[in-house]
Design a binder for this molecule. Sequence first.
Ligand SMILES: NC(=O)c1ccc[n+]([C@@H]2O[C@H](COP(=O)([O-])OP(=O)(O)OC[C@H]3O[C@@H](n4cnc5c(N)ncnc54)[C@H](O)[C@@H]3O)[C@@H](O)[C@H]2O)c1
Ligand SMILES: O=c1ccn([C@@H]2O[C@H](COP(=O)(O)OP(=O)(O)O[C@H]3O[C@H](CO)[C@@H](O)[C@H](O)[C@H]3O)[C@@H](O)[C@H]2O)c(=O)[nH]1
Length: 457
Amino acid sequence: MGQQQLNVCVVGAGYVGLTTGVCLAYLGHQVTCIDKDREKIDMLLAGRAPIYEPGLEDLLRLANARLKFTTSPEACRHADVIILAVGTPPTPNGNADLSFMEAAAAEVAAQLTGERFQVIVNKSTVPVGTAQRVNLIITTAIASRGGSANFAVASNPEFLREGVAIHDTLYPDRIVIGSASNEAINMLRVMYAPILEQTFAAPKVCPRPERFDLPALVTTDVTSAEMIKYAANAFLAMKISFINEIGGLCEKVGADVTEVARGIGLDKRIGPRFLQAGLGWGGSCFGKDTAALIRTAQEYGYDMPIVSATVSVNRRQRLRAIDKLQETLKVVRGRTIGLLGLAFKPDTDDLRDAPALDIIRVLLEMGARVKVYDPVALENFKIQYPNLAVEPCKNASELSQDCDAVIIVTEWEEFRHLPLAELAEKMTGAKVLIDGRNIIDRQDAEKAGLRYVGFGR
Ligand SMILES: NC(=O)c1ccc[n+]([C@@H]2O[C@H](COP(=O)([O-])OP(=O)(O)OC[C@H]3O[C@@H](n4cnc5c(N)ncnc54)[C@H](O)[C@@H]3O)[C@@H](O)[C@H]2O)c1
Ligand SMILES: O=c1ccn([C@@H]2O[C@H](COP(=O)(O)OP(=O)(O)O[C@H]3O[C@H](CO)[C@@H](O)[C@H](O)[C@H]3O)[C@@H](O)[C@H]2O)c(=O)[nH]1
């Protein structure tokens, strides 16, 4: 490939770490993925991906010769670049929990010999000051054992979306690197060169988009890099909450939010993406990152009314599904409601902060019988939420049996092609289809004998 090969360690083989590690190996680097979860590492050693991410297992096979998996941080000793990609989940007060990050930094510090220059990369989403904190942990650990320090910390936030993680990694809009060390920035420039210059042969599982501009490289200071990640997620979440707020008014005045989104999205200053109205956003990032941003602001006595409203609009949006059930069925207690989709978005098995979970909890509290189906996330759901008294189904058809209402919660591709007439036949009572993602044509649903209820239309 004519590129300089680096020795890279990725600490944390989750959605971000594993995707990053596998892609970097595919691009020609020597990569060791380290995870303290023995089960994950055993699966990876057996050639299987512990998460559902389209294309990941194929790429894993293609890059196999340059990939290692282990639970031991020892490999960091010989790495040029050590990428920290551990979880930073929310604490109850909204702060990002940095304990995994700090533990990983300490484990890495124990391996640094000072014999070669090494770059420690914060890829996890972390509040401002974390790069400095990681630097302090490592410097202190090295000093306490009388070693010599020869490293620099960089912030390199990740922007991939689940479900299209490989695409986003190989073909990003930009790569952001924040560091006070030019040597670190140069090392990462080398690591990302195949992506920045698009010199690699695109894998069959993830072809290069037809019109693809080379990604921009944004080099900046660490604090700005840390802020870029939170600002990006808050902005995207805001865009969705905005269109959902407009959608609510569209319902009142008789406009169609999908038409409004089309009409405003063609303005290049606005852009068409992330204007899909519906049940709102979920997932491991938007909720946690908006909360953490608000917490950071609070530490400085600063108000962020736009970000706060983004969160509250989204909370209200999930419960609009319940409002719509009450409007159509009148009485929800004792009804059978089916949920199509559990994952927070299509093409993932991830249930973190999934709108389905809130809807299920409210429906159960209201005394409804709840049936659920998801093409991929059902198994995760059964393991993670054994106490939610719902009935899992094998497909949409089985789910619809005896349902008064079916709610499309996740926009899985297969739900775009539902056998509507069959559903109508199996359903009972008012036969309501609540299209929480606006993916079904109203006329098709009504022709099939369903009462169609969209969002913002
Ligand atoms: N999931 C996404 O789409 C996404 C996108 C961009 C950024 N991020 C950010 O990236 C970070 C990771 O997110 P994720 O979704 O990949 O998390 P994840 O929970 O899927 O993976 C984290 C992994 O780190 C491992 N781990 C924790 N401590 C460790 C240690 N000391 N040593 C080795 N392994 C350790 C865990 O076992 C787990 O496998 C978070 O900060 C998240 O906000 C996530
Ligand atoms: O127009 C839209 C677009 C998305 N969503 C919902 O928004 C959520 C998030 O979707 P998406 O952003 O595609 O998935 P994530 O994997 O959560 O990715 C977000 O969060 C990641 C973690 O920080 C970032 O890296 C990504 O850039 C950012 O898009 C999902 O529930 C979607 O259903 C909408 O409701 N309407």
